[in-house]
Design a protein around this ligand. Structure first.
Ligand SMILES: C[N+](C)(C)CCCC[C@H](N)C(=O)O
Ligand SMILES: O=C(O)CCC(=O)C(=O)O
Ligand SMILES: [Fe+2]
Length: 430
């Protein structure tokens, strides 16, 4: 099993120590000229590290260290001091910063520094504090590689689904940590995972399985939900009608407990794959769906008026405006489209995307069976189901794997401050 490697600047020590707050910010008079040396630096990284030249226009000393090995990049002294991760500066039990950055003198400087193969040591002139930095810690920042989330290679799926996305329930009983590791990694890389051999009774077994991964999110559908086609909640999910590909939020889970009837096959579509196809076949459409921002809602139930915290495009891109980060697609729950001027382009682009989402080679359609729990990443995978007859019972939940949403709170605020008519006008735009 491969895990994304997350490197910490310094090993987390188990040593507990009392919180020492704001200890580093106390100023003492500064000496002017630091003693500096680069000793025995055979690697390119440390070679010729030097102080940034004095700016002749200002009567100030050097502001940092220059790393000739990485594009002559200057690392400000202030950043170095602020990023000290020693056991005085960082509480080892909580990993929280122990001092107030803004109590540090802004012209902070070393009284001496040394760079060699083991790292960079700086003694600060205002309080004699000594900081130490390894190459492993500094290099990704100097290169501008951090902070970036782990870069996982994604495996797209089509009509065949995935191989190796199934985990036997017994694995969770044998070694929970290992099984949860495999499950979450599978969801991240492949978009969904299946757990087989899960008892349908008591339903708490499914609940416990979900809670091994993350707390189940409380929503207006409940926490851990069990649903049947009885309109118990006013949403098409609680009927026997077909649900075309759509997504709401977070990591979602279904366990079909029973079905006396026919139909009700599940459909999964890899939205990231579909978006890539859209990008290749029509860059204009891709850009339109990545730019026009719109809203959606869940407001069928008395006193509930959920809509997102701001307007989002269907295709939300990552911060480099490159990869698709999240897809928001629900043809039923979409609010009235705004009229920004290019709305007809949006309809054209959305029609194209919808056509891709319905392509046979993209839709993984299968029958959920009692005993098999399906978990999927709603930010990437669109799910649906075909229509069915008879009584069908599913349990599951949303996991708080993504930032906790304020939706329910805002919904409550709406209904306790405005008339229903105004609330619906707000969330649906009608
Ligand atoms: C709570 N439960 C998952 C049963 C239904 C949630 C329905 C939310 C959304 N309209 C959708 O169709 O996905
Ligand atoms: O009934 C199903 O299989 C899926 C229902 C659904 O999409 C949902 O509850 O979010
Ligand atoms: Fe759904």
């Amino acid at each position: 099993m491969r895990f994304p490697r997350v490197r910490l600047p310094l090993p987390i020590s188990t040593l507990r120590q009392p919180l020492r707050r704001y200890s580093a910010g106390i100023s003492t008079p500064q000496s002017t000229k630091p003693r500096a040396s680069v000793v025995g630096a055979s690697s390119r990284f440390w070679a010729s590290v030097r102080e940034a030249p004095v700016n002749p226009d200002r009567e100030q000393g050097p502001k940092g260290l220059v790393f000739p090995s990485i594009n002559e990049k200057t690392i400000p002294y202030f950043w170095l001091r602020d990023s000290c991760r020693c056991s005085t500066c960082v509480n080892q039990a909580t990993r929280q910063r122990n001092f107030d950055t803004f109590e540090l003198p802004d012209d902070i400087r070393p009284s001496r520094w040394t760079a060699n193969e083991s790292g960079l040591e700086i003694q600060w002139s205002h309080d004699s504090h000594v900081s130490f930095y390894t190459r492993d810690f500094l290099e990704p920042y100097i290169k501008g590689d951090r902070p970036e989330p782990e870069d996982l290679p994604l495996e797209y799926f089509g009509a065949e689904g995935h191989r190796g996305s199934t985990i036997e329930y017994g694995e969770f009983v044998k070694n929970e940590t290992r099984a949860v590791g495999r499950l979450t990694d599978t969801i991240r890389r492949k978009g969904f995972a299946l757990v087989t051999g899960v008892p349908t009774e008591p339903v708490e077994t499914t609940k416990d399985l979900l809670e091994m991964i993350a707390p189940i999110r409380q929503t207006h559908y409940g926490g851990f939900y069990v649903f049947t086609p009885d309109l118990g909640v006013a949403d098409t999910a609680y009927t026997n009608e077909a649900l075309p590909s759509h997504e709401p939020s977070g990591i979602q889970c279904f366990h079909l407990l029973s079905h006396e009837g026919v139909g009700g096959e599940s459909t999964l579509v890899d939205g990231f794959y579909a978006a890539q196809i859209l990008r290749e076949e029509s860059l204009d459409s891709f850009n339109t769906l990545a730019n026009l921002r719109l809203s959606c809602h869940a407001s069928g139930n008395e006193g509930i008026a959920i809509s997102p915290d701001k307007l989002y495009p269907v295709l939300e891109l990552d911060s480099n405006q490159n990869a698709v980060h999240r897809i928001r697609w629900n043809k039923s729950d979409r609010a009235v489209l705004p009229l920004p001027g290019n709305e007809m382009e949006w309809y054209k682009a959305a029609r194209k995307f919808d056509e891709i989402l319905r392509r046979k080679e993209l839709v993984y359609q299968f029958q959920l069976k009692p005993g098999t729990v399906l978990l999927f990443d709603n930010w990437r995978v669109l799910h649906g189901r075909t229509e069915f007859t008879g009584k069908r019972k599913i349990c599951g939940g949303y996991l708080t794997a993504h930032p906790v949403s304020r939706d329910d709170f805002i919904s409550r605020w709406r209904y306790t401050n405005y008339e229903k008519r105004e609330v619906l006008k707000q969330v649906i735009g009608e």
